[in-house]
Design a protein around this ligand. Structure first.
Ligand code: ATP
Length: 370
């Protein structure tokens, strides 16, 4: 029986001494307040150093917060030692015991149970087979870790984390050591296992695509500060600032220096949209790769570099003097005709795929179409 519970972070802060010459401190986690709904998979996402691992360490009890509280369900666990929190942990390096078989590795956490929780060998083996079946490694129980592929080793690590039926499962970059294909496969596996067990799960990654593809909810972080929380598609469609817009999406959003003037949105001299509700000012204009429409009469003229065919889609690679990205990538259907001999390619834009951001705060500025 799995106990499904929400996890609540309340004003959680963790500071470390910076240990540089100037002294001071690093705020690895800065006043995090959010709730992970019970039974959901949440992706903590952000670039290196944004505080992802520290957040996980606070959740599992390996580190103590400087201030703030953590609740599992209604119970406060802030000061509860790690071994009493009922948390399952999986790290990037699987950390299996090399001299033990798969079965012995999975059973290991159960052997430490004491007193009334102590289990017989038969029950431990039964539980190990149960979780091994779930992660589909029950055929490999007598092998040593060295006799397994990376993906299989990671499944053993997941089985070991699940065998005590944790209240919360924490996964820290669990796919980083796997090759691209296995990464894809294993992330689907993790999703399936999470759905089947319904264990509230926190998944840490710097890979936005990975987080977007398996999470019910993502938390985008930067320098220890939460930028945005929401369903992956909602955050992608409605980024609160330029950082979030740039961090989500492959190929990334194309960012131009532009201007709002007299209810028109300009890139260079070219008015690409009629908008209203925004005062005249210089802005960043973000256009998603899928936001371009090929049109010989289009408002935006870019210098054509080349085409890249990626299966179903064709990516037009071009440049524009006002674009902050080295190249502009626009995804068009493979049936669209592009004259490769042409120097300039013209686009119109899909208004729903265009966001504008303040040049000073980089916050998103909402506009209406005219
Ligand atoms: P990565 O993706 O590279 O693992 P992360 O998002 O997990 O990064 P954290 O490991 O949580 O980031 O680190 C957040 C910040 O806290 C970083 O600036 C890091 O240098 C700092 N930090 C982490 N642990 C300590 C420590 N024990 N002492 C001092 N600073 C630390």
């Amino acid at each position: 029986m799995v106990i499904i519970m929400k996890v609540v972070l309340q004003n959680l802060t963790k500071k470390f001494p910076s240990r540089n010459k100037k002294g001071g401190e690093v705020v690895a986690v800065n006043d995090f307040t959010f709730e992970i709904p019970d039974g959901k998979l949440v992706g903590l996402l952000g670039p290196s150093g944004c505080g992802k691992s520290t957040t996980l360490n606070l959740l599992c009890g390996l580190q103590k917060p400087t201030s703030g509280k953590i609740f599992f369900g209604e119970d406060e666990v802030t000061n509860l030692p790690a071994e009493h929190r009922g948390v399952g942990l999986v790290f990037q390096n699987y950390a299996l015991y090399p001299h033990l078989t798969v079965l012995q590795n999975i059973i290991f956490p159960l052997q430490n149970l004491k007193g009334k929780d102590k289990l017989s060998k038969a029950v431990m083996t039964e539980k190990a087979y149960e979780v091994a079946k779930l992660v589909q490694i029950d055929e490999l129980m007598d092998r040593k870790p060295s006799e397994l592929s990376g993906g299989q080793q990671q499944r053993v690590a997941i089985a070991r984390a699940l065998v005590k039926m944790p209240k919360v499962l924490l996964l820290d970059e669990p796919l980083s050591n796997l090759d691209a294909r296995l990464r894809l496969q294993t992330r689907e596996e993790i999703r399936r296992i999470q759905r089947e067990t319904q264990i509230t799960t926190v998944f840490v990654t710097h890979d936005q695509e990975e987080a977007m593809s398996i999470s019910d909810m993502i938390v985008v972080m930067k320098d220890g500060v939460i930028q945005q929380i929401g369903k992956p598609q909602e955050v992608y469609d409605d980024p609160v600032n330029l950082f979030v817009a740039k961090f989500l999406g492959t190929p990334p959003i194309n960012v131009f220096r532009g201007e709002v003037k007299g209810d028109k949105l300009y890139i260079g001299q070219e008015a690409i949209l009629d908008i209203q509700g925004v005062a005249d000012q210089e802005v960043y204009v973000g256009i998603r790769p899928e936001g371009f429409i090929l049109d010989e009469q289009g408002a935006l003229g870019c210098e054509l570099s080349r085409l890249e065919v990626m299966g179903r889609d064709v990516s037009v690679v071009s440049t524009h003097p006002a674009c902050e990205n080295t190249t502009i990538r626009s995804i068009i259907g493979s049936d669209s005709k592009v004259d490769l001999g042409a120097k300039t390619i013209r686009f119109n834009v899909k208004p729903g795929k265009v966001d504008i951001f303040s040049m000073t705060t980089q916050e998103r500025i909402h506009f209406e179409l005219k």
